[in-house]
Ligand binder design. Structure first.
Ligand code: SAH
Ligand code: SF4
Length: 401
């Protein structure tokens, strides 16, 4: 036994329990709490252990399987109990500030939390699937230079309730209660909205556990994808504790370019990142890692870049596919999207090496449905402000290195 292990207090592996935050009306929102936490809340409200356990199970089913919004409709619970529950607890939904529908059917919501923070979610319907793009933070601490969210200050992490609440709101809007395995419109979830999910690990994990729960929202882990810009130390935990598909925002294959466009690369470099991908549990040819690659004119889109991408994927022996994303411009951005011929040529090089490299079709352009853009329409920020914020964040990142 070494000195550290024998000194209690230096390392505390037991997560500290955080009591749920009451809403402004004083009630506790049950959405986002684990089954265990709901049971504890019920005990705190005066139920004995056995009754709390049973009631927690009933509430879980009502909230996540039936989509109940009020206690009053829960007929299997005696009426006086429903009244008591409604006095202490709530079944919340994010407030909808604005909803827009694109000509291609993409829907985008601007949502507001109880404490007045705005975030967004996007639903993208396709012929064979419907994908909900979910946010994990209000803003982002990272500062990828091509991403509008990266220009925002991080306000705070979203709670597990606010994350799972996005999925529940989408189910409300699509009329998809009770949860059922067949004929759904909402079939897939991608953690690709605002924020870096692996910087809000616990809440993202707790929310996705509810989404995957058989008596919860009931979506298979194979239909959920978590996208990270490369928070290497959290990737193994994501694999072990969440186990969903992994997407990695690679975007560049040389240190110089990735350092510039994904500044987190200065902390966790390309080799480390690809090794963490190779070590990600459950990766095989049927469950490949997706590398996202935003196509930026004259920045990362040359034939040499494509060939280097192939070399790296082969070198780490990664079961991988590459998603080529046409850059979505925003007011004040310093990049242009690569020409379509360039994107095609890049895709062909990767594809002829036997690696799938589809070009993602831009969706919802008329409503600016790309990452972070709804807020951009609401909050106009000047070029000078953008530069100042970028400098501040860059300094903050240097500081944490
Ligand atoms: N923070 C996480 C997840 C959110 S971003 C991450 O970076 O992976 C989701 C995806 O949208 C990322 O691949 C990101 O690089 C991409 N993206 C951000 N801004 C974009 C833009 N203006 N045009 C095209 N893709 C963009
Ligand atoms: Fe944050 Fe992802 Fe945008 Fe980078 S691309 S600034 S990590 S949201």
């Amino acid at each position: 036994m070494n000195a550290l292990m024998s000194s209690p207090g230096l390392i505390d592996p037991v997560p500290v329990a955080r009591p749920p935050m009451p809403r402004s009306d004083g009630r506790v929102d049950l959405v986002g709490l684990t089954r265990e936490a709901i049971r504890e809340e019920l005990e705190r409200a005066g139920l004995d252990a056995k009754a709390a356990k049973l009631r927690a199970k009933q509430l879980w089913h009502q909230i996540y399987n039936r989509g109940a919004r009020e206690f009053a409709t829960m007929s299997e619970i005696a009426k006086p109990h429903r009244v008591l529950l409604a006095e202490r607890f709530a079944i919340g939904r994010p407030e909808v500030v604005e909803m827009q529908v694109s000509s291609d059917g993409t829907r985008k919501w601007l949502l507001r939390s109880d404490d007045g923070q705005d975030y967004e979610m996007v639903f993208i319907p396709d012929a064979d699937r419907g994908t909900l793009c979910v946010s994990s933070q209000v803003g982002c601490t990272l500062n990828c230079t091509f991403c509008f969210t990266g220009t925002m200050r991080l306000v705070r992490n979203l709670t597990a309730g606010e994350i799972v609440g996005q999925v529940m709101l989408a189910r409300d809007a699509l009329g998809e209660w009770p949860s059922q395995p067949d004929g759904r419109l909402l079939t897939n979830i991608v953690m690709m909205g605002m924020g870096e999910p692996l910087y809000n690990f616990d809440n993202v994990r707790d929310a996705l556990k509810i989404v995957m729960d058989g008596d919860g929202l009931g979506l298979s882990r194979r239909r959920i994808t978590l996208s990270t810009s490369g928070v290497v130390p959290m990737m193994a935990r994501a694999g072990a504790e969440i186990g969903v598909n992994l997407a990695v925002s690679l975007h560049a294959v040389t240190k110089a370019v990735r350092d510039e466009i994904v500044p987190l690369n200065r902390k966790y470099g390309i080799e480390e990142l690809l090794q963490a991908c190779a070590d990600y549990p459950g990766v095989n040819n049927a469950r490949r890692i997706t590398f996202e690659y935003v196509m930026l004119k004259d920045k990362n889109d040359s034939d040499a870049d494509a060939r280097e991408l192939v070399r790296l994927i082969r070198h780490y022996d990664l079961p991988a596919k590459v998603n080529l994303i046409p850059f979505n411009p925003w007011p004040g951005a310093n990049y242009e999207c690569s020409d379509p011929e360039r994107v095609r040529a890049f895709s062909m090089i990767v594809f002829s090496a036997g690696i799938s490299a589809p070009v993602r079709t831009p969706r919802g352009r008329d409503i600016m449905a790309a990452c972070g853009q709804l807020k951009s329409a609401a909050v106009k920020i000047s070029r000078a402000d953008l530069d100042r914020m970028a400098a501040e964040k860059s300094a903050a990142l240097e500081f944490t290195q």
